[in-house]
Design a protein around this ligand. Structure first.
Ligand code: NZQ
Ligand code: ZN
Length: 388
């Protein structure tokens, strides 16, 4: 196991009706003037936004509103949010929505305390300070409610990039599984795929003696595999939604990734897909993850066989572990199909002839991406081809 520092200060407020306590927690974490940030219609339609506003008002907290965050959130609204914060003396940002709203809130939070262009943080500059962000999560997926990162797409060139820093971890996150009852099955499945990907980006590692995090990863995946079909078949099943919601958090706040090399090549390849075609992040991952697995499997066949046996219940073939490994990948693909995810380029609307553009947009040059196997531009092109 490698040395590590782990700082995860988010205060989690979990359970039915807990969004009604939003005002109390904003106050506890020092907010007096709030930017209330949200997405399209879902939070308005469900009445959630009104409940949150009521809770803020009850605590005597004033707020300004900024809605309209799109999935794959864009830089334009971030610039607008930063301007509002600076002009209105906002000292707290409350994100009501999914990963896109939360990431947009984080970008505004960092930009509001910075004199330069917020995009600097998305091109390598570490975020050292940001306004406090609180979240009320409405979709279990990205894990941004507990993570130290934010992903934004710059309209100028359609570049989808991420920023990092513990200052981006929300000070509190309210997780009420009931708020996810209204999710369409497709969005539920995209979220499930994303959280599985967050675990697998950590699971496929070259670091040895990481039994504790291996087992945490496997436990999270087993839980998701069990609960996902229930949440999709019965959208109002509280137990399934609750387990999925907490799985999304533990999959990505890094508790299962500490002390080990992590990969993240598949996420970077997917980000180019969602930047170019504006597809849901989870759907893009469903297409890219099996392709990546097939390409890198031989690098450590025993790790893939372990994944197959412990996560997918395959029987170990000690003579031919590559057969077991392949079986695990096949079961993963079948699972994705069973929850309604695409697994090929065409199902996403992506085109084989765009592969050179996707590769070029990654701007790897002579560098590599990933750590389990360090991939060159040529490797990345081959993996995209496997997904066609
Ligand atoms: O805008 P509204 O109307 O709310 O609709 C949203 C959106 O269309 C809808 N939705 C959300 N909650 C709902 C709901 N519809 C009905 N009922 C509800 N309760 O779902 C759609 C997707 O929402 P979005 O926020 O985009 O989903 P998600 O949470 O999957 O976030 C995806 C973004 O997060 C980034 C992705 O790249 C993508 O941009 N990621 C962020 C990470 C992080 N910050 O740590 C890590 C991830 O790897 C990921 O890259
Ligand atoms: Zn993700």
């Amino acid at each position: 196991m490698n040395n590590f520092n782990f700082y995860s200060p988010t205060y989690f407020v979990f359970g039915k009706g807990r969004e009604n306590e939003a005002g109390k927690y904003v106050k506890r974490f020092g907010g007096t003037k709030v930017l209330l940030h949200f997405g399209g219609n879902s939070a308005i339609k469900s009445g959630l936004l009104d409940r949150v506003k009521k809770s803020l008002t009850q605590e005597g907290i004033s707020f300004v509103e900024l809605g309209g965050v799109l999935p794959n959130p864009r830089s334009g609204l971030v610039y607008k949010g930063i301007e509002i914060c600076k002009n209105e003396g906002v000292d707290f940002i409350l994100a009501v929505g999914g990963g896109s709203v939360i990431d947009s809130a984080k970008a505004i939070a960092a930009g509001a305390l910075y004199d330069g262009d917020f995009w600097d943080f998305y091109t390598g500059k570490k975020v050292e300070k940001a306004l406090p962000v609180g979240t009320i999560l409405t979709i279990a997926a990205a894990g941004s409610e507990g993570s130290s990162s934010s992903v934004i797409t710059h309209e100028n060139g359609l570049l989808k990039r991420s920023a990092e820093g513990n200052a981006l971890r929300p000070v509190f996150s309210i997780l009420n599984p009931e708020l996810t009852f209204t999710l369409p099955a497709y969005q539920t499945a995209c979220g499930i795929t994303d959280m599985m990907a967050h675990v697998m980006e950590r699971y496929f590692t070259n670091t040895r003696e990481v039994e504790i995090t291996d087992r945490l990863c496997e436990g999270i995946l087993l839980t998701i595999i069990k609960e996902a079909p229930v949440a999709i078949a019965e959208p109002t099943n509280y137990g399934a939604r609750a387990n999925i919601m907490w799985a999304g958090m533990v999959a990505h706040n890094d508790i299962c990734g500490v002390g080990r090399e992590q990969d993240w090549a598949t996420h970077q390849m997917e980000h180019e897909l969602s930047a170019l075609y504006d597809v849901a992040h989870g759907a893009g991952l469903a297409v890219m993850f099996p392709a990546w697995m097939k390409y890198v499997m031989n690098h450590d066949i025993m790790r893939f066989a372990q994944f197959a046996v412990r996560v997918w219940g395959c029987e170990m073939d000690f003579q031919h572990p590559e057969i077991t490994a392949k079986e695990g990948i096949a079961k993963f693909e079948q699972f994705l199909i069973s929850i309604g995810m695409p697994i090929r380029f065409a199902q996403l609307g992506a085109k084989a002839e765009d592969i050179p553009t996707l590769v070029k947009n990654m701007r790897l040059g002579n560098c590599t991406v990933g750590s389990f196997v360090k991939l060159t531009e040529k490797d990345v092109a081959e993996i995209y081809k496997l997904a066609v």
